[in-house]
Design a protein around this ligand. Structure first.
Ligand SMILES: [Fe+2]
Ligand SMILES: [Fe+2]
Length: 282
């Protein structure tokens, strides 16, 4: 029997009771939420997590850069002055604890393994903002002992070593490097003049290590780089490379003007993964 997962891209406050009804009535084995639950304020993000927690389907939720951080921290990271956010490191830790509590009994995914039968979902680095630096380094150091990208890659490799199934799927907030530098690439930068690969190098390393260890990496699913590109156009949302399917689920807003609700249906059948965009009208 194939394993079927629903992948929910950046929610940004677009989740309502129809989503609970749709997913609970569906045939999926689980729901992967890639983070960015709301906007700059933590309260609405916690409220979305609490709604998701009520699903009867199993959920793995990876926190995005918007989840648990203070707006000043986000600004500091965005303008490459992370020191601005230092006064809010304690706030971020408290918010993360509150997010974990709101998400319970569902699973918060952050450097963690989530077995679904003979497929393991490997949850990568939480709170990623993409690019060549580790976002929220003081927070990641305090909570997970991860102070730079090399340490994060090591952490992912250790997870691969601890994983007992051969078939794996990675889920993270942002996708890996290695899939292209132009804005229309799946995790290409659309907010710098010269573009650039805005993937996470630690995730690319973790995926490569999984292959080296004989794992069958069926899919890597993430979001963060919204599909609609700044300045117009849309990025590629799925790419197959070396037998692995890469999926960017960040369709924003995920509830459109016609009231249709978006997710990606990921079917894992033997050695292959297929992904389909689904728009449902409640
Ligand atoms: Fe987002
Ligand atoms: Fe994000």
């Amino acid at each position: 029997m194939p394993t079927v997962l629903a992948v929910v891209g950046d929610i940004h406050a677009r989740w309502d009771d129809h989503d609970n009804a749709l997913f609970d009535a569906s045939d999926v084995d689980g729901v992967l939420v890639v983070g960015d639950l709301a906007g700059l304020r933590f309260g609405p993000a916690r409220d979305v997590a609490a709604r998701i927690a009520r699903l009867s389907k199993r959920v793995v939720l990876v926190p995005g850069n918007h989840d648990a951080s203070h707006a000043v921290q986000l600004l500091g990271e965005a303008i490459a002055r992370p020191g601005l956010g230092r006064p809010f490191v304690g706030t971020q830790a408290r918010n993360l604890a509150a997010l974990r509590e709101a998400t319970a009994p569902q699973e918060l995914g952050a450097y963690s393994l989530h077995p679904f039968g003979d497929v393991t979902v490997i949850a990568g680095r939480p709170h990623s903002m993409g690019g060549p630096s580790l976002a929220f380094a003081p927070h990641l150091t305090a909570i997970w002992g991860v102070s730079d990208l090399a340490a994060s890659a090591e952490r992912l490799c250790a997870l691969v070593d601890a994983c007992v199934t051969e078939r794996v799927v990675f889920v993270a907030h942002n996708g890996p490097t290695g899939l292209g530098p132009t804005p229309s690439d799946i995790w290409g930068c659309d907010f710098k003049k010269d573009g650039g690969d805005w993937g996470d190098p630690d995730l690319e390393r973790g995926v490569a290590y999984a292959r080296e260890r004989g794992k069958r990496v069926l899919a890597v699913v993430a979001g963060h780089m919204h599909r609609r590109i700044r300045g117009g156009g849309r990025r590629a949302w799925k790419v197959e490379r070396d037998g692995t399917l890469y999926v960017n689920a960040a369709e924003v807003p995920r509830i459109d003007r016609d009231g249709r609700h978006h997710h990606v249906r990921l079917v894992l059948d033997g050695d292959t993964a297929t992904a389909t965009d689904v728009w449902e009208t409640p």
